[in-house]
Design a protein around this ligand. Structure first.
Ligand code: HEM
Length: 508
């Protein structure tokens, strides 16, 4: 009986305990919901409350009825704005194509327009404390160290050596093999250039050769992980609120799980390369990593520094090569003029043998600048305003607001380039046959001011080497000649559907 009584008391107590637990859970659950709704309401509210025509067109994707790409619609808005600056309220983003504003952000008030926390959080897992992802002292230290190393003559000749080797030993044999197949000589040039630029940037930065452009076009696990990690990191920026991906990351589910696995793979490889270099000695090696190892000993920091170079120098180069060859295939007169200049400067049957010969190719340099004016690899770039500010055109910018300069739109502004701004005219870069550099704030393709791209010279070497070897030996024809480029969303401009071309030997 007592036993029964005791157990009934026990069960009553346990019932109360369960009830208390359930109530507590319910309370916590309700509070979490209320708190999340409050956060969501607080951050997202201004976005959904704007009913202006521009925001409405953005939310409903109404722009796609008239324009192929979002950047074309922004260009249209910027061309029609009296200040060449617009506000997309739903995105909390001020976008400008006004060179005075660009100079103000990137030089005059550089300290008030850092990359900012929202950007560094998005890329933080992949890039860590690497130069591309930090501000302040961390950035200053890496910038100084990298500028010193990249400015050395030995570094330039190493870059030239790496690029020439990849061009002559991999790219040319691959093109020759495709051209020799009479019925199946179609090749996706964008894919080829992505492989080319990955091999070169890995060799240049790491001293590691992933061999992506071997004849069999092998699949490199490192390239796959790197692609996936950059793609998924960029996709974080496209989600309406960062809370969503942060929760997914916390729970390690979906795209965040894949991202973390890809980053793990990159880390294993990077750490292995660093370990082997420590073991074998790095003082006589020419790649960037070995040079940085003389100053930095922290393995994780070294990994971060080098991964930034991979991200900065891979897709940008592939994108610029793809656009260049697309424009050349639709402007045969420009291609002919390039070939004449190469023959005149190098000699009709002479190969390119050193870095200095490229400096004399003024027309080729003009073509490259002109192609990136119309199709910049980085179409827009954002900063976050630290304290309330006013741009030179009178636009007020509130603390914490995103401000974006838009090289793609800037290349299409009549006020900057004149009434023929939409035409592909390399001559606009030449004065008496000599290339002249425009004001970089009118042409921020490599950014400008204090954080201007560190790999510009390397990129120009890659573009020129490929153009010279490729055009002298092969002709291409677009496999889909009437298709206008559509860009895939991402950090760098990529042609959706690639660039399929037919390849033929020029003197075949
Ligand atoms: C055509 C090719 C290229 C273009 C159009 C380009 C463009 C740019 C742009 C717009 C930025 C500024 C990004 C930002 O701060 O948000 C940048 C930064 C940078 N680029 Fe390039 N880039 C190219 C190739 C390269 C290459 C090949 C390398 C490496 C060898 C490289 C290394 C860097 C680095 C390290 C930064 C960060 C500089 C800093 O924050 O101080 N880039 N680039």
């Amino acid at each position: 009986m007592s036993l029964f009584h005791h157990s009934s008391m026990e069960s009553e107590a346990s019932w109360w305990l369960q009830f208390l637990h359930a109530s507590l859970y319910f309370l916590i659950f309700s509070l979490t919901i209320i708190f999340s709704l409050f956060i969501l309401f607080y951050y997202v509210r201004p976005r959904f409350w704007c009913n202006c025509e521009v925001c409405h067109t953005y939310i409903t994707s109404g722009w796609s009825l008239q324009f192929h790409n979002l950047c074309d619609w922004y260009t249209h808005l910027l061309r029609n704005s009296p200040t060449q600056t617009i506000d997309i309220h739903v995105l909390g983003n001020t976008i400008t194509a006004n060179p005075n504003n660009v100079e103000y952000m990137l030089k005059t008030r550089f300290d008030n327009f850092p990359k900012g926390k929202p950007f560094s959080t998005i890329l933080g897992d992949l890039l860590g404390r690497g130069i591309f992802n930090v501000d302040g002292e961390l950035w200053k230290f890496q910038r100084k160290m990298a500028s010193l190393e990249l400015g050395r003559i030995s570094m330039r000749s190493y870059a030239f050596e790496v690029v020439m080797c990849e061009t002559e030993r991999r790219l040319m044999p691959l093109l020759a093999s495709v051209a020799s197949k009479n019925n199946s000589n179609v090749l996706d040039l964008q894919d080829v250039f992505r492989r080319f630029s990955f091999d070169t940037i890995c060799k240049f930065s790491f001293g590691l050769d992933p061999k992506c452009l071997e004849l069999s076009l092998p699949i490199s696990e490192f390239a796959i992980s790197f692609d996936l990690a950059s793609k998924l990191s960029a996709e974080r920026a496209m989600i309406a609120s960062p809370i969503i991906w942060k929760i997914k990351r916390m729970l390690n589910i979906g795209s965040e799980k894949k991202l973390s696995e890809a980053i793990k793979m990159i880390n294993i490889l990077a750490q292995e390369v660093i370990r082997q270099k420590h073991k074998a000695g790095f003082s006589d090696q020419k790649d960037l990593l070995s040079r940085f190892m003389g100053t930095v000993s922290d393995v994780k920091y070294l990994r971060d520094i080098v991964i930034s170079f991979l991200l900065a120098g891979r897709d940008t180069v592939a994108s610029s090569l793809t656009s260049l060859f697309w424009l050349l295939s639709t402007h045969p007169e420009v291609e002919t003029a390039i070939l004449h200049e190469i023959d005149r400067v190098l000699g009709p049957n002479e190969d390119l043998v050193n870095f200095d010969q490229m400096r004399e190719l003024h027309y080729l340099q003009a073509v490259i600048y002109e192609s990136m004016r119309l199709l910049p690899p980085i179409q827009f770039d954002s900063k976050f305003c630290l304290d309330d500010d006013v741009l030179p055109d009178g636009t007020f910018v509130k603390k914490g607001r995103r401000v974006t300069y838009h090289p793609y739109a800037m290349g299409r502004m009549e006020g900057i380039w004149g009434p023929d701004c939409l035409e592909f005219k390399p001559e606009r870069w030449l004065k008496d046959g000599v290339f002249f550099q425009e004001n970089p704030f009118k042409y921020p393709v490599f950014q400008a001011g204090l954080r201007v791209c560190l790999g510009k010279e390397m990129a120009l070497v890659e573009l020129k080497c490929v153009a010279i070897s490729f055009l002298r030996r092969f002709k291409i024809e677009l496999a889909a000649p009437h298709r206008t480029p559509r860009f895939s969303p991402g950090l760098t401009a990529t042609f959706s559907g690639g660039l399929p071309v037919l390849v033929r030997e020029r003197r075949g």
